[in-house]
Design a protein around this ligand. Structure first.
Ligand code: PAF
Length: 281
């Protein structure tokens, strides 16, 4: 497995692969890899001949009061995991390599990014779309794989890819969960054992909401309240509970069509997100 830290070297490596007729899938990550990321690598392998994993904690997607400096980092372990899972290369640039001191260009999606996490984390998606565009330009992939836990992020990236004509096919993978149902996330490592148990209320509340809708509940306000109450009563502090159209992410009043219930909640200082899709039946 090749380990590359310079953009020019990454581009050369990818260009050489492409000249040999090998297709490339990229799995963008911020490292601290868990089984969810490793399953993205498995998916990537099914869609391309070579897989490049990017490990880069992107400073521009963190707000000033967020956990950029504390974000968990474990480079050596991540490299070993990528090697074991069969990645062709890992791209691990430094912040200075990715961003010139006087960088003044951003990539910004302005519609799908507005609500949900975009509301509580201003500038977050601008950082995500900018870095993903830069990672596409560095790794030159045919395919990119993202997880549906970050559903809004995945939709925003799909839109950016289409709007800017990147020749990259975006593949979305179902959320990978721990045995008890908690969505896998690098931030789960911040949770104490009792907060981890309390955080299971997110999944439980979303599953109950889905059952209620399937059983005929039509009132979005009641569903939002039941999800909120389920999480708050376990000690979670709600950032948002929203019911949106699964395609355009606009809030819905009527519970028909393909909808998404999306949640962000704090357990102590750890902000967790999760969602559940409910397809029209
Ligand atoms: O989902 C993530 O880990 C990050 O937001 C991403 C897509 C790697 C961009 O930094």
């Amino acid at each position: 497995m090749k380990i590359i830290s310079k953009i020019a070297d990454m581009q050369k490596f990818s260009t050489a692969l492409r000249r040999k007729g090998r297709s490339i899938a990229v799995v963008p990550t911020m490292g601290c890899l868990h089984e969810g990321h490793l399953m993205l690598i498995d998916t990537a392998k099914k869609h391309a001949d070579s897989v490049i994993v990017t490990l880069f904690v992107n400073p521009t997607q963190f707000g000033p009061k967020e956990d950029f400096s504390k974000y968990p980092r474990q480079l050596e372990k991540d490299l070993a995991l990528c090697r074991k899972r069969g990645a062709t290369a890992v791209f691990t640039p430094s912040p200075d390599e990715m961003y010139s001191k006087d960088a003044s260009t951003w990539v910004e999606e302005v519609q799908l990014s507005r609500g949900l996490c975009g509301k509580s984390r201003p500038g977050h998606f601008r950082g995500v779309t900018t870095v993903v565009a830069k990672l596409f330009n560095a790794t030159l992939p045919d395919v990119a794989v993202f997880g549906k836990k970050d559903y809004q992020q995945a939709k925003v990236i799909q839109r950016m890819t289409r709007d800017l004509n990147f020749p990259v096919r975006i593949i979305l993978q179902e959320t990978v969960r721990e045995k008890e149902g908690l969505a896998m996330s690098s931030r789960n490592s911040y949770l104490s054992p009792d907060r981890r148990i309390a955080a299971l209320s997110i999944r439980r509340s979303l599953e109950s909401a889905k059952s209620a809708i399937r059983n005929g509940e039509k009132n979005a306000g009641r569903i939002r309240k039941s999800v909120s109450d389920g999480i708050s009563s376990s000690g979670g502090r709600i950032d948002y509970v929203e019911i949106v159209d699964a395609d355009n992410l606009e809030p819905v009043a009527k519970l028909t069509g393909n909808i998404l219930i999306a949640v962000a909640a704090f357990f102590d200082k750890t902000r967790l997100i999760d969602n559940i899709e409910i397809k029209y039946w």
